[in-house]
Design a protein around this ligand. Sequence first.
Ligand SMILES: CC(C)(COP(=O)(O)OP(=O)(O)OC[C@H]1O[C@@H](n2cnc3c(N)ncnc32)[C@H](O)[C@@H]1OP(=O)(O)O)[C@@H](O)C(=O)NCCC(=O)NCCS
Length: 261
Amino acid sequence: MDLMIREANVGDKIHVLKFCKGTFSWGDYIDQVWDSWLSEGNLFVCENKLPIGICHAFYSKDRIWIEGIRVDPNFRRQKIGSQLIKHAEFIGKEKNISFSYMLIDAQNTASLSMAKSLNYDIFQTWDFYSLDPKTNSHHAVDFEKSSDCKSYTQYVKSWRWLPLDDELLSLFSQQNKVVKSTVDGNASLAIITDSEHFDRTMIVTLFSDHDGATIQILSFLQNHAMNKNYTRIQILTTNKLPKFDTLEHKISFCLMKKYLI
Ligand SMILES: CC(C)(COP(=O)(O)OP(=O)(O)OC[C@H]1O[C@@H](n2cnc3c(N)ncnc32)[C@H](O)[C@@H]1OP(=O)(O)O)[C@@H](O)C(=O)NCCC(=O)NCCS
């Protein structure tokens, strides 16, 4: 087969969305992010006369974030997904980036097998919980003003896991985006961000070290979301969360990592 990988263009959208319609049991989200990924650049298309596969890469200082890998169901198991990832890695290597990351649903055996065949390892497991906004006055949290980030090395920005350094953490603190609760000397901490792709969606990276402290934060988040007119709260964490009103575990994800030699 005569394959070519190139940057996506406006005309690809209709063809790509056609083969992405039924990717998962619930559909797909590519239609919601396509325009933004296209304008960001590094949206790669594999073409065989028409587009038959895509992936998007976001390059930051220390990592490639690979997302949205999709292969037309009629063309799977022909290394198209692998070639798209290798293409994204090649560009990352040219930029002297050392690591590549991607997030895969822990149940997505096809994608996990592909990632493993490309020498990615499971670096961490993250859980995605949803929480409903709700008026709620019982919470004991503080806006953290002076965090040092030794134990908080990454956060989630619009479903991308990105490095968190002191500078960024202090910026978030100034913007009142870091909340902390301490119970019996143990602290839980949350970093609050806005989704860039989905309206009125709050995305929270939660570091939960104590169930009681976490419950205070969850309660705060419900109320904060209500006051700020968010319609949904998405929480990402590596910790098992305590039972809490409207808190629902949705999916477990494997954060895959590869050292690019
Ligand atoms: C996952 C996906 C992108 C793989 O694309 P693909 O082009 O079919 O994958 P490749 O041909 O490059 O596969 C490379 C290797 O991965 C593994 N693999 C891929 N699909 C597999 C499957 N369905 N079952 C088991 N192993 C699989 C195999 O080891 C394969 O090598 P092999 O065919 O020589 O055995 C494709 O199945 C897809 O679009 N799925 C729906 C969207 C999705 O899940 N995206 C990933 C989100 S993180």
